[in-house]
Design a protein around this ligand. Structure first.
Ligand code: 5AD
Ligand code: SF4
Length: 443
């Protein structure tokens, strides 16, 4: 019997890949204590919701889910319900007042304390608010068998953010930057590969500011990337996210030198006008961003670029917006995540004048997405008839399709064949769609 006196748990994860990593970390700790995961919140003794608050939309999604669990709890009063992550950090005690069904909240830098909190809740304590911005957890031991059948995995290498872009809540909810020791990251990567994982993505809000110094040794992100890349059996290595201002020549060099580093970089540009970039406190210009893209393409002509962009930042004029469209047409991103700006409580931009009306934001987003749609489709169509290398990741629920990704991160679906999960195979592309490619396995 574990100290929590319950048997089953269910974790619902919203938001970014760092939340996925945190939920996996927690699931492994709970399983190590003897608890079992279940597939459905209705069957669980403990429900944990890992939340996001980066934009208005994920925040609303979390509130809806909390409402759903509150209903379940009416019928099942012994259910333990905890809200974790960025919304928990932002709202703290407020969310407990709003939703009495919640037993505790824990911010993204308290994940390692959730077990201890659950033990207290099991003893009858309620209303626990754990929102101190702690250092990263001291260890992230991989539970034997947890990654069974999984081909890809994440490792968070650093937490927090020091950049304070004026629109962004992350520095407030995830705290100051803190890197994990390189030897722990390497050990975690090795044990993931031992468990059968073939592809690792290193995660951080801004991986380029990874730093670790001990007596005599100094690590930055490129040196960590090089060491991880050397792990025998690691077929593919990726990382995200990079701030354009911190992409160093050493990092660019890695794309020319490391065989298993995938030719793909996610490089959010946010806006194409220097005036808006300045108001956002991004610390680079449009010209610097374009120069960076050129240098990356020089060293790795096949590199795929993805990005994040926002429309309707306070004060964004039609001309500013045109500059954003122009940058998109100039770079031709392989994929682009685009958002309407939304005020985040406590950020500087929330107090800026010149808010763009909602309909105008929607209209701009629609124009932008239509342009990007054509670019993505054009890039995908260029692959028709070509042969690509695919790391086979999953079999569809019906079992009628296998799915994987190219080194450039494009999704490829093809007819299944046994025993190729986890292998890199050659696939001929027959048809390109907006979000994926359809192909046939070559032998
Ligand atoms: N409003 C809209 N989009 C935002 N993002 C971050 N903050 C906001 C905001 N206040 C977007 C950025 C970021 C991505 C994760 O979310 O484009 O890169
Ligand atoms: Fe959302 Fe940002 Fe928190 Fe990730 S770090 S969950 S994107 S608010």
């Amino acid at each position: 019997m574990n100290g929590i006196l319950t048997e089953t748990f269910y974790i619902k994860t919203m938001g970014c890949q760092m939340n996925v990593y945190d939920s996996d970390y927690l699931a492994q700790r709970l399983m190590a204590m003897g608890m079992s995961p279940v597939d459905n919140a209705r069957e669980a003794d403990v429900v944990l919701l890992n939340t996001c608050t980066v934009r208005a939309k994920p925040e609303h999604k979390a509130a809806t889910y909390i409402g759903r669990i509150s209903q379940i709890k009416k019928r099942k009063p012994n259910l333990i319900f905890g809200v974790l992550g960025c919304l928990a950090q932002q709202e703290g005690p407020e969310i407990l007042k709003r939703f009495p069904a919640i037993d505790f909240v824990a911010g993204p830098r308290q994940i390692q304390d959730v077990i201890d909190i659950l033990t207290r809740v099991a003893k009858g304590e309620r209303g626990i608010v754990a929102t101190a911005l702690k250092a990263p957890p001291p260890e992230a031991k991989i539970l034997d068998g947890y990654y069974e059948g999984k081909v890809t995995a994440f490792i968070t290498i650093m937490q927090g953010c020091d950049n304070f872009c004026t629109y962004c809540i992350v520095p407030y909810v995830r705290g100051r930057e803190a890197s994990r020791p390189p030897f722990e990251i390497l050990e975690e990567a090795r044990s993931l590969v031992d468990q059968g994982v073939k592809e690792i993505t290193l995660l951080g809000q801004n991986v380029n500011s990874y730093r670790w110094a001990t007596d005599g040794s100094y690590w930055d992100f490129p040196s960590l990337l090089r060491e991880v890349s050397r792990i025998p059996g690691l077929k593919r290595l990726r990382f995200t996210t990079s701030h354009p201002k911190d992409v160093s020549p050493q990092l660019i060099a890695c794309f020319g030198e490391l065989d298993n580093l995938c030719p793909h970089i996610h490089l959010p540009f946010q806006a194409g006008s220097n005036r808006v970039l300045k108001m956002m406190n991004r610390k680079y210009t449009r010209e610097e961003y374009l120069g960076l893209v050129d240098r990356l393409r020089q060293i790795r002509p096949d590199i795929a670029l993805s990005s994040d962009v926002m429309v309707g930042f306070p004060g964004e004029t039609k001309q500013d917006f045109e500059m954003t469209l122009d940058l998109i047409k100039t770079v031709e991103f392989d994929s682009l995540f685009s958002f309407k700006y939304s005020d985040r409580k406590g950020t500087l931009a929330a107090s800026f004048e010149g808010k763009v009306p909602e309909e105008e934001k929607s209209e701009r987003l629609c124009i932008l997405q239509e342009i990007q749609k054509q670019i993505t489709l054009k890039k995908n169509r260029a692959l028709e008839g070509k042969t690509v290398e695919v790391l086979v990741e999953v079999r569809s629920a019906k079992g009628d399709k296998l799915s994987g990704r190219t080194p450039t991160n494009k999704i490829v679906n093809f007819r299944p064949e046994s025993k190729i999960l986890g292998n890199i195979v050659k696939v001929k592309i027959n048809k390109a769609y907006q979000n994926s490619l359809l192909g046939e396995l070559l032998r």
